[in-house]
Write a protein that binds this ligand. Structure first.
Ligand SMILES: [Zn+2]
Length: 391
């Protein structure tokens, strides 16, 4: 059953529907009475938690089961007791989006749809294209023209999606997708699709499964705001099922140039979309997050908050994570670490608590951002002497 988060109206899951009649976002309601307690720390993967996932079909590329690393070097450097990162770049197409797409594309087949569509800053299109290929259905992806990282574009093309650049930003592309899904009979798999979030919530399950406890804080990048909403839903379901007795604080980090939630949180508490979002972190370059209501509730209910970080802080954090811990993530992902560092400086965070950072996409998705800011030295002669000269 799908339920509206605004008015509570309910809809069956076997009809194609993205929003309530009232315009509110929909949420899948999971029957938790009989879900199995599978949280034993072993064989962690998305479909291990199928009791929580409201689809029967399964289009899978073995997503989930991503590593959860203890950041031993960084936690020492930052003076924190317990710091982890859940590296979602280790998913099949290199981002957390695969969690939503394995469920979303499975749902598309259940609904009898043979065409799927999304607007994307890059990762979503790459992921949708891969899962549509696996399912043998057609994918259309609309991307903001000229504002998509090269690696992600390459993925969408090679997986065989129809890639359509749109003049404008992500929000403009999404408005076309919404109309197309209403009128052309294609199934929309943007994150207002409630089944996407049902896959993404498994990040919460895996964190609990891997750690064996619930961390005090989850810190993650916020773009379209689906992931923070989904992870919070996951923890709430674990709680409602009686498997855990505490909930983490949800801390959402945005890029300064695309930070409507952080601005509202720190200011008038009134959400105003950003007309011209701008940041090097293209994956979160979103001015009007579709799931902002759910995300706001996640921060509010969990006692969390929203903060924003500058592009400079993001790039610095990206270097830090790679050079101190061996984890290369794309800029948007690094905003979680940048946010943690900033909040620590301001003195908001308790260094005795435990923190899990979510990094959402692989660094190789957007290598240009590193290479363009780095100049290779002049080549040396192929001799030991010459090599000694540069040591
Ligand atoms: Zn409603």
């Amino acid at each position: 059953m799908l339920r509206c988060i605004e008015c509570g109206r309910e809809y069956p899951e076997d009809e194609v529907r993205y929003r309530c009649e009232c315009g509110g976002l929909l949420e899948a309601v999971i029957e938790l009475d009989n879900v199995e307690n599978v949280f034993d720390g072993r064989n962690v993967s998305l479909w291990k938690y199928r009791g929580f996932i409201p689809v029967e079909r399964r289009v899978s590329l073995d997503e989930g089961g991503t590593p959860l690393y203890r950041l031993e070097n960084l936690q020492k450097e930052l003076g924190m007791r317990e710091l982890y990162v859940k590296n979602e770049g280790a998913n099949p197409t290199g981002s957390f989006k695969d969690r939503g797409m394995t469920v979303g594309v499975s749902k598309a087949l259940e609904l009898g749809m043979d065409k799927v569509i999304c607007a994307s800053t890059g990762n979503t299109s790459a992921s949708l294209a891969a899962y549509a290929a696996k399912a043998g259905i057609k994918a259309y992806v609309l991307v903001p023209s000229g504002k998509i990282a090269l690696g992600k574009l390459a993925q969408a093309i090679v997986y065989g999606a129809k890639v359509v650049p749109v003049r404008g930003n992500f929000d403009d592309a999404l408005s076309v997708v919404v109309k197309a899904s209403a009128e052309l009979g294609v199934y929309m798999l943007n994150s207002i699709n409630p089944f996407r979030l049902e896959g993404q919530k498994t990040i919460a399950f895996e964190i609990y499964d891997q750690l064996g406890f619930v961390p005090d804080n989850i810190v993650l990048p916020v773009g379209n705001a689906g992931n923070i909403s989904a992870i919070w839903k996951g923890f709430k379901e674990l709680h409602a099922a009686g498997f855990i007795d505490k909930l983490p604080r949800m801390i959402g980090i945005q890029a300064e140039g695309a930070s409507p939630l952080a601005r509202a949180w720190k200011g008038e508490k009134e959400f105003v979309p950003e007309k011209n979002p701008e940041t090097i972190a293209t994956a979160i370059r979103i001015g009007n997050p579709a799931n902002w209501r759910k995300a706001w509730m996640a921060a509010e209910e969990s006692g969390g908050l929203f903060e924003s970080v500058s592009d400079g802080e993001i790039l610095q954090a990206q270097r830090l994570l790679a050079s101190k811990e061996g984890i290369f993530v794309e800029p948007a992902s690094a905003s979680s670490l940048a946010g943690l560092i900033k909040l620590r400086k301001i003195g908001i965070l308790d260094s005795d608590e435990s923190y899990v950072l979510i990094t959402t996409g692989h660094g190789l998705k957007d290598p240009n951002i590193i290479v363009e800011n780095f100049e290779l030295p002049e080549p040396i002669e192929p001799t030991l002497e010459a090599f000694k000269g540069v040591l």
